[in-house]
Design a protein around this ligand. Structure first.
Ligand code: NAP
Length: 235
């Protein structure tokens, strides 16, 4: 019998402004915000989801944007008709604050099984609130270690994990040297703001721990660029 992989292949997908921001600075966003002006960015995002066994987001992304993490509607119908799995939809949180059972990620009509990965600090009321809508997985005392999270998803048969952000969660995946591919849409806008989130926030990396990207493809649609990089990590 072959051992399960220690971690899945990890892809990240973001849309960024020209100045590297993934959302307006706190207090500068009015309602819903779409980085890309093209439907193409959305089409590519949901197509990528269709390649993944699981999709992972941070709780701040969920609270800000309430994404459904759904695959294309025609593919969902085909998979359901054929009894095939849809990607797991996973959110990671410490205590579940601000995560409501009405959020789209928990709607079984929109996508695959929903999972809340949380710490031992999540209070009983949050567990009770979400229990009927998602599988609750406790990993870690005060924070979920990325190594444990990746090992857990690998154990669930996830070969490809797609992270859709945000920058805090993504920084932890980079710090764990656990990112293999980047899909990045560059939208020709300048958002500004030192506190606006970027694709990789966190504390930053040591000079000898910075991965190198190889440009696998670049496509242009109007004024937007669709970049795909494969990463290699220093030994
Ligand atoms: N343009 C794009 O492509 C794009 C894509 C995604 C997101 N975004 C934007 O990015 C922003 C959100 O990004 P962000 O960097 O602020 O936050 P984030 O990475 O989405 O989420 C951070 C939160 O996730 C939970 N979390 C992360 N790591 C954890 C760990 N190891 N253990 C336990 N919980 C953990 C914590 O939630 P709790 O606070 O619940 O403990 C933490 O506060 C939003 O503004 C969103 O619009 C943009």
């Amino acid at each position: 019998m072959t051992e399960p992989a220690a971690r899945p292949r990890v892809l990240v997908n973001f849309a960024s402004s020209l100045d590297g921001k993934i959302n307006p600075a706190p207090g500068h966003r009015a309602g819903r915000f779409m980085m890309s002006r093209h439907r193409e960015d959305f089409r590519r995002m949901v197509a990528l989801r269709g390649r993944a066994d699981a999709i992972l987001i941070g709780a701040a992304n969920l609270r800000a944007d309430d994404p459904d993490l759904a695959i294309p509607a025609d593919e969902r119908a085909a998979r359901r008709g054929g009894g095939q799995r849809e990607p797991l939809r996973i959110v990671v949180t410490s205590v579940g604050a601000g995560i409501a059972p009405e959020m789209k990620i928990f709607d079984p009509a929109r996508g695959g099984p929903a999972i809340v990965v949380h710490t031992a600090r999540m209070p009983p009321e949050a567990r009770a609130r979400l229990a009927g809508r998602a599988e609750l997985v406790e990993l870690g005392a005060t924070t979920v270690a990325m190594g444990d999270l990746l090992a857990w998803v690998a154990g669930r048969g996830v070969g490809i994990l797609l992270c859709e952000g945000g920058g805090d969660l993504c920084a932890q995946l980079f710090a764990a040297r656990a990112v293999d591919e980047i899909y990045l849409t560059i939208a020709p806008r300048i958002l500004g703001g030192a506190r606006a989130p970027t694709m990789v926030d966190g504390a930053g990396f040591e000079p000898d721990q910075i991965p190198d990207g190889r440009l696998a493809s670049v496509e242009q649609l109007g004024d937007e660029l669709f970049l795909h990089y494969e990463l290699t990590w220093p030994a």
